[in-house]
Design a protein around this ligand. Structure first.
Ligand code: SF4
Length: 263
């Protein structure tokens, strides 16, 4: 009669696989629960986020490039001045680099962005024959991401931003704020970089544009206003009771204002 106990190596393998699986499921459930609590608390603070872009896709793409390391008012001023000076995408594409650099000077790093904008427009024109990006609405997500990221200087964050905010596709732009807050809370671990965070966070969030936009905007606002890079305002943070960073550094801080039990 066959005896299971004759095979200790198999038993060991089976048990360790099972334990690993239980651990992964447990960690995911924990992160899932933390995401839900964080969203509820941030919604109570900032409101449900529902803003989608009503700009044309090409406008939004170039505006996103202008917005890198730049606040909204300065991006808008640069965009409007560029259009007032050159009058069309064709005109902007053909503009001398120096003149375009001067026109977008309210945006940070205009000397880098001006040649990049011209290159992006040139590539779109040569591939599509015009500046109409509406074909992306009917293109699968991965294909759209790859097409956009093949444009000069367009990375994953800019591509996902356009696909989510303009085309309402189920992707998540992970900028520095979203990444930092997700890490500090312990939703993603410290080794997860921005590119990988996109994949991990998508497994924890509903796959619809409304929910992903809400997460992005709430975490962005929280990172910008409360959980700042150098001086997080933990003592007034509504998430402190679920925050891994806060609990790990609690002995270094004053007694927390928010002392609800950890989720
Ligand atoms: S408790 Fe501090 S570190 Fe944690 S999310 Fe709030 S501000 Fe950021």
């Amino acid at each position: 009669m066959p005896c299971f106990f004759k095979y200790p190596a198999r038993i060991y393998l089976f048990t360790s696989k099972l334990l690993r699986r239980i651990l992964v499921v447990g960690v995911m459930e924990y992160a899932n629960e933390k995401v839900k609590v964080a969203i509820n608390l941030l919604e109570a603070q900032f409101g449900r986020q529902t803003w989608f872009s009503d700009r044309k896709a090409i406008d939004q793409l170039i505006a996103t490039i202008l917005s890198q390391r730049t606040n909204y008012a300065n991006e808008r001023a640069a965009f409007d001045k560029m259009w007032a000076e050159f009058g069309s995408w064709e005109g902007i594409m053909e503009a001398p680099v120096d003149a375009l650099t001067a026109a977008i000077a309210t945006s940070n790093y205009p000397e880098v962005k001006a040649p990049r904008i011209k290159q992006v427009l040139k590539q779109i024109k040569s591939e599509r024959g015009n500046f109409d990006l509406s074909f992306l609405a009917d293109t699968p997500v991965e294909e759209s991401l790859n097409w956009l990221m093949a444009l000069p200087g367009v990375g994953h964050k800019t591509a996902t931003f356009l696909l989510l905010f303009t085309f309402r596709k189920p992707v998540l732009p992970v900028d520095t704020h979203v990444h930092r807050v997700s890490q500090r809370l312990g939703i993603i671990n410290q080794k997860t970089n921005q590119a990988k965070a996109h994949t991990v966070l998508l497994t924890l969030l509903p796959r619809n544009a409304e929910a992903l936009l809400n997460y992005h905007k709430l975490f962005f606002k929280h990172g910008q206003q409360v959980c700042t890079w150098s001086h997080p305002k933990c003592k007034v943070c509504v998430l402190s009771h679920i925050c891994a960073y806060f609990h790990a550094n609690q002995s270094l801080n004053d007694k927390p204002i928010n002392s609800k039990p950890q989720v």
